[in-house]
Design a protein around this ligand. Structure first.
Ligand code: SAM
Length: 275
């Protein structure tokens, strides 16, 4: 491992809630680095203290990244190792650090990851939606008009979408998603991952938008939306149609059961008839 390797930039993931998710390797790298560049030093100090990390801290956030990069590259050139962390999860994933990593690469400095928590991957891993191919969309535009334009562009994306949203905009975001993608599109709202109040709300955008609008508790904390790609909802409708058809078939003739199941689920009647 050689955590104290001279002149390396270490990109270190920190927990997204549960402190148990900081790896032993991350602790070692943070302890042995000459300097830790943190998104918010006040935020990270308690975490570092908890793990007995006494390495000096410097702030690197979106407003000073340009200015700070040069001095960090100088330190790295001088043989010091630097660890980069953000407030939570993996640096550079909707977090600062891109300019520093790029500058380090351009300067021929070794850059190594210390992987760990990432809300997007954690959410995808438990959503139960197709995960072989996915698109990380990060945060949608905050302004309503721009958000709706972006969602229209994404409506036909066939891969699963992973979206970050802040709690104060989650209700509008879910409503806009439902309007742009259709109420039947399969989705999950994952909140407070790895924390005490971790929840997963599903199954469709219609259902999620309704619950988030009606229940203020569903708007609390940090959340990730995982949305099935375009085309996947056909399968969801079909599965629901088959389930309803099987129930109705116990009482009704096949044609009548198929007609009702199609009306209830939105699945094509022909695909259900005789299923
Ligand atoms: N770099 C981080 C990562 O690797 O996930 C993401 C940082 S971004 C500024 C913060 C967003 O990540 C939140 O608004 C939320 O969408 C998501 N997030 C972070 N922690 C989370 C958690 N414990 N549960 C659900 N979402 C979380």
């Amino acid at each position: 491992m050689n955590a104290g390797k001279r002149g390396s930039l270490w990109v270190v993931a920190t927990p997204i809630g549960n402190l148990g998710d900081l790896s032993p390797r991350a602790v070692q790298v943070l302890r042995e680095a000459g300097m830790i560049a943190a998104e918010d030093t006040r935020h990270s100090r308690p975490l570092l203290q908890h793990f007995g990390v006494a390495t000096p801290l410097t702030a690197l956030h979106e407003h000073n990244e340009r200015a700070v990069v040069e001095s960090l590259i100088e330190r790295l050139r001088g043989g010091e190792s630097v660890a980069l962390i953000s407030d939570a999860g993996t640096p550079l994933v909707s977090d600062p650090g891109f300019r520093l990593v790029r500058a380090a690469r351009e300067a021929g400095i070794e850059v190594s990851p210390v992987p760990g928590a990432c809300a997007a991957i954690a959410a995808l891993s438990v959503a139960g939606l197709p995960s072989d191919r996915f698109v990380f969309e990060g945060f949608l535009p905050a302004r309503e008009a721009s958000r709706r334009v972006r969602l229209r562009e994404l409506a036909n994306e066939p891969r699963t979408l992973v979206i970050y949203e802040s709690s104060h905009r989650i209700a509008e975001c879910c409503t806009d998603l439902r309007d742009a993608f259709g109420a039947q599109r399969e989705a999950r709202l994952l909140r407070e991952l790895t924390k005490v109040h971790e929840t997963c709300l599903g199954m469709t955008l219609g259902e999620i938008a309704g619950r988030v609008e009606a229940d203020p508790k569903q708007r609390l904390g940090e959340c990730v939306l995982v949305v099935a790609g375009h085309g996947e909802e056909v399968d969801a409708k079909l599965a629901e149609g088959r389930r309803v058809y099987a129930l109705l078939r116990a009482e009704l003739a096949p044609a009548q059961a198929a007609k009702l199941a199609a009306a209830i689920s939105g699945a094509p009647r022909k695909a259900l008839y005789g299923a």
